[in-house]
Design a binder for this molecule. Sequence first.
Ligand SMILES: *Cc1c(COP(=O)(O)O)cnc(C)c1O
Length: 379
Amino acid sequence: MKIPLLDLTRQYRQIRDKLTPKLTELFESQQFILGRPVQELEAQMAAYCGASYAVGVSSGTDALLLSLMTIDIHPGDRVLTSPYTFFATAGAIYRLGAVPVFVDIDPDTCTISPVKLAETIQAMPQTIKHRLRAVIPVHLYGQCADMEPILHLAADNHLVVIEDAAQAIGAEYRGKRAGTIGDFGCFSFFPSKNLGGFGDGGMVTTQTEAYRDKLHRLRVHGGAERYRHTEVGGNFRLDALQAAVLSVKLPHLDGWTEGRRNHARMYARLFRDAGLLERIGLPVERTGKHVYNQFVIRIPGHRDALQRYLTEKGIGTAIYYPIPLHLQPCFADLGGKPGDFPESERAAQETLALPIFPELEPQEIERVVDVIHEYFRNR
Ligand SMILES: *Cc1c(COP(=O)(O)O)cnc(C)c1O
C-alpha cells in the first residue's frame, strides 16, 4: 500500500461538481483581475476568521512582505521571529533591508518562546532596541504561538504583531482565530496548506481600516487612483481564478479540519497502544485548537533512518525544516552559528511529518503506525 504525504486528487474529486460551474462562469466572463470573485472571498475570509478586513494577495510570502511594507519597515529596522519556520518568514524581513532577529522556539510546540523573546529584547543594546519594529510569531504546523505574553511584550516595546498564519487557518487561541490576534494575519493558499488554491495565493487580515486601505494600494503598485502613485507598491494581486476556487472550498474547511484532528487523535492512540511513546514524541497541543497542517513527530536519534525505512515501504514523509534559518547560507551576514538556537537545531534533527490530509483512510493511518512499529521492533 502506497501512502502519499499528501494527495490532493481525493479532495478535488469531492468538490469537482461544485467547482466546475463556478470556473465556467469565470471563463465566460473573461474577468480575471480582482473584481467580484476576490471581493467575495475577502468577505468570506474575514467572516471565517473573525477579522474586520481581509485583503487577497498573491501568496503567503507576499502577505508577509506587504504587512511589513504597510508599516513602513526600513533598511536597518529589526524584526523578531523564529529561526524554525519556512524561509519566507525571515526572507520577507530581509528583502526590505531589515534585519531578522531570531528567537529560539519552545521545544514542546516548536513556536517562538515568549520567555526567550523577553530575554532577547532585554539583552538588546539601546541603540538597536530603537530600531525594533515588529515581531512575527509563526503558528507552526497549525498551532498558534503562545500569543498572550507575546502581545504584552509587543505592547511594552511598541512592536507591531504580524502573525504568520500560513499553516494555521482556523486555529484558535483563547476564543480567537489565527490571524486576528495581532495587528496583521498572513495566510497562504499554497496547494498544500489547509485551504489550498490551484496555484499560489494569499490573504492578509487586519482589524485596522488604515492598514486595509494601504494594503489595497500597495497591492496595485501604490496607486489609490489609477496611474497616480502615492507610494511604491507592486503587483501583489490574488487571481480571480484562485479566489473562485477558494470560495468553493472555504465552506468545507471546518469539516476538513475535523478530519485532520481526528487523524491526529487516531495516531496518538495507535502510537500509545503500540508502546511507541518512549521512542517518539507526539505533537503537543497546548495553546488552543490545533488544525494540523502537519502532523510532526520527534524521533531522537532515528529520524533519518526511520524516514528512509518509511520511504522504502511507500510511505510519504517530509522534514520541516532541516536547516534553521540562522544557519542558511544567504543569512551568513547576520552572523548566525551552530549552537545559537539549540532548540531549533534539535527540532531540525528530530522532526518528521507524517501523512495527515483529511481524506486519509483509517487503514492508511494504521499502516503508517504499523510500519513505524516494525522499524523499532529490532532496535
Ligand atoms: C507556506 C508558508 C509561507 C509562504 O506561503 P506561500 O504562499 O508559499 O508564499 C510562509 N510562512 C509559512 C510558515 C508557511 O508555511
